[in-house]
Design a protein around this ligand. Structure first.
Ligand SMILES: [Zn+2]
Length: 308
């Protein structure tokens, strides 16, 4: 069975870049945000290999092998079954309870069985031993856990909720959803801090701030943890990575900027713009919405207010 590293946490935390950094050896393949594959397939979205997905050399044969001649309607049904699974998983309180998980597994075979075939087909087509998923929702990670118990590695990528709030609002051009987005940060972190430890050594938390402060060192640690081999040329300098796009097949909604630029020379630096006092409203709302968990992950959070 194929090993899966699921990057879980909130958006605007560098998950697309992290998935690229972890999938540079030919023994790993980047699934991107796998939970969006059915929708991207429906839209025949552009793949980062410069083909539309229906012409992609990885996904076209894989989808054909898994879903066969009635692919279009079966993939739509797969997408709908996935949405039902994510909802049911979100409503399931306890993810450690084996009986509860068994019930979930049995009730959602219409999603989990094709998902297992899809994972196998992608591993076959790419020769990868490890697949990297950056869907970010804990529910997607749980689906992988249910199809392959023991093969999931859960990487909780977490970023200061104030930085996440500012980054979302800059992207959307609106402050309207600041509170509800920060609540989503809290819900995901709650779920991960509750479920993760039950996975023992297969759970790891990576703070974006630690990654950005020492990229080469942190990425090497994650490679070691996941049993991945880090290509020696990945970091020509401790804070600069060289990425190859040759084996990447990413599709929207992966980070649009990263997909548009497809940079191979990538300097990695902590992003500090969010600390600008002009964003202090977002800072306050984000702190309010994420109490008390944010402070446990970032003990110095409120003790070190942004410079004014
Ligand atoms: Zn492709």
């Amino acid at each position: 069975m194929t090993r899966i590293v699921a990057i879980s946490g909130s958006g605007r935390s560098g998950s697309t870049l992290l998935s690229l950094l972890l999938s540079q050896s030919d023994r790993a393949f980047n699934l991107g945000q796998h939970r969006h594959l059915p929708a991207a397939w429906r839209d025949d979205a552009p793949c980062s290999c410069d083909q539309p997905l229906h012409g992609c050399t990885v996904y076209a044969p894989v989808m054909d092998a898994v879903f066969g001649p009635r692919a279009e309607s079966d993939i739509r049904a797969f997408g709908a079954a996935g949405r039902r699974f994510f909802k049911a998983a979100g409503r399931t309180r306890d993810w450690h309870d084996p009986q509860g998980l068994d019930r979930l597994r049995q009730a959602h075979q219409d999603y989990l069985a094709p998902l297992a075939r899809l994972v196998d087909a992608i591993a076959d087509a790419t020769g990868a031993e490890t697949l990297i998923d950056s869907s970010k929702t804990p529910e997607m990670a749980l689906a992988f856990h249910l199809i392959a118990p023991g093969e999931l590695l859960l990487l909780n990528l977490v970023r200061d909720p104030r930085a996440v709030a500012v980054s979302w609002n800059l992207k959307k051009g609106s402050r309207r959803d600041t509170f509800s987005n920060a609540r989503k940060w809290l819900q995901r972190q709650k779920r991960l801090s509750d479920w993760g430890p039950a996975l023992g050594a297969r759970f790891r938390q990576l703070r974006y701030e630690d990654f950005a402060a020492a990229p080469e060192q942190q990425i090497a640690l994650v490679h070691d943890w996941a049993g991945l081999v880090m290509p020696p040329a990945l970091f020509p300098e401790p804070d600069r990575a060289t990425l190859s796009w040759g084996r990447q097949h990413l599709f929207p909604p992966a980070n649009e900027k990263v997909l548009a630029e497809r940079k191979s020379d990538v300097p990695i630096r902590p992003s500090m713009g969010w600390r600008d006092p002009g964003h202090s409203w977002e800072h306050r709302i984000a702190l309010l919405a994420t109490r008390p968990l944010a402070r446990q992950i970032y003990p110095a959070l409120e003790d070190a207010p942004p410079p004014s």
